[in-house]
Design a protein. Structure first.
Length: 200
């Protein structure tokens, strides 16, 4: 009975680091990737943890950053402004890989980064930012909100749009295999990453 060969990164720390960033970039580019929809953790106004799914829009290994978008009227946006420390986690069941990222988030609303992100967004994605009332508002019925058409959304949604850039300072990679799991962690200091194997 033949076994699936172990991946090239299995016992290579540098290759594992490269694979982590490759998977995140793939997640940003492809909706079917297990890393396209990571869970974001922030600190709520009451001091408790808050989790939600976000859409990964970019992963830049050279800068050590990840980008997603949000409505600046949302709790997510206000939580990031109040306490920028955050974490992201994603698991791809087919690859049997979990990636966790911790870092600090910055909200970009009216700068070049935000404008480029808005310009690069699809028309159907912009519609959500034109919704009234804003995210989290209490409604008398489930359908008591409105969405603009795609043409109007280009104007109506922009004031509510924010790009969020997470500068990673800790990374954790876990690969599951019956022949032996592999887990590695990295910490950024002074723009340089240092990593080590850790117990799974």
């Amino acid at each position: 009975m033949s076994r699936t060969p172990l991946p090239a990164f299995y016992d290579d720390l540098d290759a594992t680091f490269a694979e982590l960033w490759r998977l995140l970039a793939d997640g940003a580019a492809h909706g079917r990737s297990g890393f396209h929809l990571p869970t974001l953790g922030t600190l709520g106004a009451d001091g408790g943890p808050r989790l939600r799914t976000v859409v990964l829009r970019a992963a830049d290994p050279a800068e050590g950053t990840l980008r997603f978008h949000c409505d600046r009227r949302s709790d997510k946006a206000s939580e990031i402004l109040a306490a920028p420390a955050c974490a992201l986690a994603a698991y791809d069941a087919a690859a049997k890989i979990q990636i966790r990222v911790a870092g600090r988030a910055t909200l970009h609303t009216d700068d070049a980064l935000a404008e480029a992100a808005w310009t690069g967004s699809r028309a159907m994605s912009r519609v959500c930012y034109g919704a009234e009332p804003g995210p989290g508002t209490a409604l008398p019925t489930g359908d008591a909100y409105s969405l603009p058409d795609e043409t109007a959304a280009a104007t109506l949604g922009r004031p509510h749009f924010a790009a969020v850039l997470v500068r990673a300072d800790r990374l954790d990679f876990l690969y599951l295999d019956r022949r032996g799991h592999r887990r590695a962690a990295w910490h950024a200091a002074g723009g340089l990453w240092s990593g080590r194997w850790i117990a799974p």
